[in-house]
Design a protein around this ligand. Structure first.
Ligand code: 13P
Length: 265
């Protein structure tokens, strides 16, 4: 049997290091009137740090939430160039990405640092979005589940299952990010199911409530099939979130009724 819950699908746009004041304003001018009509999907946007406050102002009259792409694991003090969780909370962020594969690969963020950032974000009242996923070499050598499980375990060890599920999990296979090569709905569902089952082994109800997003070359034309998988609860969107009509179409594809997941009861 399957379980169903009333959690809404969640679509998060990760703008990465793109945009300008003018481009952001123009994107939101086109996007917001369209997605304001979609009631059964939750949407968030993660602009680069310098634009957070102006984007927060532009989002003010909408239901779209604000998120950041990164945070410091430190609370405050002499950490030049870093941004703390409480600052992000202070300026109106609801979400923060943690452990994106670009941070892991290009900025040497290891599992311990990611776990610390996750815990710091939660303590400040933010919802951390924990990114996990395997490289192409790891997939080809059959290590996908081990890699993802290890990434989850680091955070589980730091905060426990009850706090882990206060966040959101985003499965982003590294080989599918920015490459145009999407995981097939079946490939993505298999990993999402593994994640949910792994969480369910520790707490079945918590696992059913936890939102697990897919990210990696999600586009307007593949979103619906991905979001229709039982354990995919929305998406983390990079490139396509920079184009208003593509992102709106992806949000539209996530408009669904109650989500049903695959946990047997
Ligand atoms: P793309 O959608 O551009 O593949 O990026 C995915 C991603 O990294 C979102 O965090």
């Amino acid at each position: 049997m399957q379980t169903s819950s009333n959690k809404k699908q969640l679509v998060i746009g990760n703008w990465k290091m793109n945009g300008s004041s003018a481009e952001n304003a123009s994107l939101l001018l086109s996007l917001l009137p369209v997605i304001s009509r979609f009631e059964s999907v939750e949407v968030a946007l993660c602009p680069p740090y310098p634009y957070l406050t102006t984007v927060a102002d532009l989002l003010d009259d909408s239901d779209v939430a604000l998120g950041a792409q990164n945070l410091s694991a430190q609370l405050s003090g002499a950490h030049t160039g870093e941004v703390s969780a409480s600052m992000l909370h202070d300026i109106g962020c609801r979400f923060v990405l943690v452990g994106h594969s670009e941070r892991r690969a290009l900025y040497a963020e290891d599992d311990d640092l990611v776990a610390k950032k996750f815990a710091t974000a939660l303590r400040a009242g933010l919802i951390p979005v924990l990114c996990v996923g395997e490289t192409l070499a790891q997939r080809q050598s059959g290590e996908t589940e081990v890699v993802v499980t290890n990434q989850l375990n680091a955070v589980l060890k730091a905060v426990g299952i009850q706090d882990l599920v206060k966040g959101v999990i985003a499965y982003e296979p590294v080989w599918a990010i920015g490459t145009g090569e999407t995981a097939t709905p079946e490939q993505a569902q298999a990993v999402h199911r593994h994640i949910r089952q792994y969480l369910a082994d520790q707490d079945r109800a918590a696992a059913a409530d936890c939102r697990i997003l897919y990210g990696g070359s999600v586009k307007a034309d593949n979103a619906e099939q991905l979001f229709n998988q039982p354990d995919i609860d929305g998406g983390l969107i990079g490139g396509a979130s920079l184009d208003a009509m593509s992102f709106a179409a992806i949000c539209w594809a996530a408009q669904t009724g109650p989500i049903t997941d695959s946990i047997a009861i």
